[in-house]
Each structure stands twice: as structure tokens, then as C-alpha cells.
Design a protein around this ligand. Sequence first.
Ligand code: RIB
Length: 328
Amino acid sequence: MSNIREVAQAAGVSVATVSRALTNPEKVSEESLKKVHDAIKVVGYRPNLLARSFRAAKSFSVVVLVPDITNPFFSQVIQAIEDRAQQKGYAVLLGDTRETSKREQEYVNRVETRLADGVIQLRPQSMSSSTQRIPWVNACGCEGTPGPSIRIDNVAAAKTMVDYLISLGHRRIGVISGLKDNPHSADRLKGYKASLAAAGIAFKKEWVVEGNFTMWSGQNAAKQFFHLKQMPTAIFCMNDEMALGAIQTLKAEGLSVPNDISVTGFDDIGYAKYWDPALTTMAQPAEEIGKRAIDTLLRIIEGEELSNAEVVLPSEIMIRQSACPPKT
Ligand code: RIB
């Protein structure tokens, strides 16, 4: 069986560096970490992980709490977290909470009993009182989320998208929102209203149809617009999945998107550019959110005081084919 000396020799680094890479990877440069990991594979070294955990008094695992594992936006964020965590010698435990506090608490218990070293919560707001007690980072949150957080400005991003529709000439703009009590829905609705107000367009509550951020809810919500006295000429959907579902319904009802009705999304998930028509959407920097979240968490686990760290990353409008000027 190979040993740590052989790893050091194959990597061209000292035994101490290999040992640090295994116990305190955050204290080793990315270049040396890569050399050590490559060498581990080459010589077939199997570290004694249990001994390593005892020595460091850490589990080298982090929990990621995700409200809906089927949402492709969250998959992108998780992938970035996982990649980075692995480089730094950490494993990721995934907790699909389905937004229930019971499931969330079960995962939090793992950290409290030292089976994991910290939590990244991919949810607008923390449901847990544990955020104060254990290493915790909120990613994809909203303004006012307590503790360290990495997010975009949802109000401004939604306003930018609705401003764009208005710039195309739309004045009857429907909305498919997420669940009304979800803080993302509230922030994105604020942005929608701010955009209407700036253009002197009166807000009508019947133009807002509630979905729940899933594709089928977008399909169902789009049907509601057919019951209005006048159809909107554009629909701002609060995420891509709902936009893709809405486009299906509108097409099935015989409308052309965007010639009869424009539809826009939010997130820029992988499918967005391959849909028919390719979806105009607000891109969130999923990968950057994931990387920053895990980097921040690992710094907290190492003892840094970052309780007020808040990073607001830019979002970007992706103009594709699902929106155009309204028919005159
Ligand atoms: O929670 C669902 C939505 O919120 C996602 O699609 C993404 O937009 C996130 O910010």
C-alpha cells in the first residue's frame, strides 16, 4: 500500500504540504492541491479519513440545503459548490428540504452533532434559528437575509426585465409569480411594479397569476390569462421553468410566441437557449454564487468572523427570441 511520502515525491512537494492538503486544504494553494490530488491518484494512495477527521476535529463535509432539487438553476449552483468543495477536500451532503422546516432541521442536526462542519442554504430566507450557532451561509437569498449571504438584487433584475418589455412597446404585461409567500416572488414583484410605475402604467392585480416555480405551474398559470377581458401582450415569468411551461400552453392554445405574445424568464437555466423560441431571460450567475458560497463557508469553518458578509452579484439580461414588439 502506498504512503504519504510516495504522494509527496510524485507531487514534487514536501510531506508537510501533503499532510496539510489532507487536513487543512484551505491553507494550501490551488496549484499544490491539484498536484497532491493528481499524485494521490497516480500512486493509488488511500488516506485514512477517519484518522484525518479525528486529528482535525472536523468531518470535512458540508450540508447544502436546497428547496427543490429538480430545479435546474439550483443544480447549477450545487455543481459549482461540489466542484469547489472537492478541490478543497470536502464532501457535500445534499438536503432536499422541499421548503419544510422538519427536513431542514434534520440536516442542521448533522452539523450540530459534528457529522458535518457547516451549512449552505439555497433559499431566500433562513427558517432555522441555528444560523447563529453553526457555520452557515445563505446563497440565492434576498435583501435582509440574516448572516453571510451571496445573492443578486432580485428587485433590480426584475425591473430591468420589465423595463425591457416596456421598451419594446408592451403596456399590458402579465406576471407568473412563484408562491406569494416566497421572498423571491415578493422582490421580483416589487421590481415589476417599480417598472410599471416608472412608465406610468397602472398595476392590475388580475395580471399576476401565482405559480410555484415549477414547469407545470407555468403551464397552468398561463391558462388563467385566457379568462381576462383582454390578454396581456407579454408575460414576465419569475423563473425559466415557469416560462417554458407557459410557452407550451400558449402554443397549444394556438398563439405564436413571440408574435402574438412575448414571454420572458429568470435564471437562464441550460434549456433556456434551446427552447422554441429561445428564451429571453435574466441570467443569474449560478456558478459564481456556488463558488462564493462554499469559499465563504470554508473561511467561517476555519474561524473567520464573517457574520455580516453580504455579496451582491450582477445579473444579466439575455435577449433571445421569445420577446418582440407587440402587434399593433
Ligand atoms: O426558488 C425558485 C427560484 O428562486 C429559482 O428558480 C431561482 O429563480 C431562485 O432564485
